[in-house]
Design a protein around this ligand. Structure first.
Ligand code: HEM
Length: 237
């Protein structure tokens, strides 16, 4: 679990770095940048291999986690009469099963939207500066985050994800036996920063798109976008 967990942490950092391009304020510029990145991510052979490692890691990590929770329940069917969060372990560590399930549910919803649409659905296309015509994933994301419930879902889901990362990050280093006095303190500090900064940065993206980027419909009406976009009609809320 530790290795797949740490691999998924590095995936998250890379994924976040790519998604931060959604914060570019000019939609045509943002679409060029984000769609070129998406093209690279789906066509580069090395990235493709890393994608398969990511899918495998998510599955393995989730199955291993479920088995661990079940084994813990079987070993201790009755809860202790007095369970103090501050003494035995922090709240997050005792709720990793629930937090992990929430995270998995988020990933399933997330992939069935963006990932599925990107790989299997026909969408408006965008002409990149290099002449390639690619699916307009930028418009897809903007359209999704202009739905208030969907935007809110993404923001709220970052809370369980943050708690899961908070415990998981430190726990992974302990499992790997990397527990030297100084190292433990460093791991704890990096873990706290990681579990706050990464989910917050992810949460800022839907909030920003919802509040500061025009709707997909409006974007498609702009002259600079029309010159790049091929299919004019997208559904809008
Ligand atoms: C603002 C937040 C996010 C946005 C805008 C976003 C956007 C996207 C998009 C557009 C894709 C499809 C791209 C492709 O398949 O190449 C994707 C794939 C994916 N996302 Fe996200 N994402 C966000 C947050 C997250 C979070 C928090 C997680 C994990 C907890 C996550 C996990 C994944 C995974 C596992 C994939 C499939 C990756 C692959 O095919 O290699 N995403 N995301």
């Amino acid at each position: 679990m530790a290795l797949t967990g740490l691999f998924l942490c590095t995936f998250l950092v890379g994924h976040l770095a790519g998604n931060l391009q959604l914060l570019i304020s000019d939609p045509t510029h943002a679409a060029e940048s984000f769609n070129a990145y998406a093209q690279f991510m789906t066509t580069n052979p090395l990235v493709k291999v890393l994608s398969y490692v990511t899918y495998f890691s998510i599955l393995f990590h989730a199955i291993d986690g479920i088995m661990l929770v079940m084994a813990n329940r079987a070993a201790r069917p009755q809860r202790y009469a007095h369970e103090k969060a501050s003494t035995s372990s922090v709240w997050a560590s005792r709720n990793m099963g629930i937090l992990g399930t929430a995270m998995l549910a988020f990933i399933i919803i997330h992939m069935s939207d963006f990932w599925f649409e990107m790989h299997f659905e026909m969408k408006p296309t965008f002409k990149l500066d290099n002449g390639d015509e690619v699916k307009d994933l930028y418009l897809e994301v903007v359209e999704a985050f202009h739905s208030f419930p969907y935007m809110l879902l993404y923001v709220l889901c970052m809370i369980p994800i943050g708690f899961h990362l908070y415990h998981g990050f430190q726990s992974a280093f302990r499992t790997l036996g990397l527990v030297h006095e100084n190292l433990t303190l460093l791991v704890k500090r990096v873990g706290v920063i990681f579990s706050i900064v990464v989910p917050m940065a992810f949460a800022i993206i839907p909030l920003y798109v919802y509040h500061f980027i025009p709707s997909a419909e409006e974007i498609q009406k702009s002259e600079s976008y029309k010159a790049k976009s091929t299919l004019i009609e997208v559904e809008n809320d």
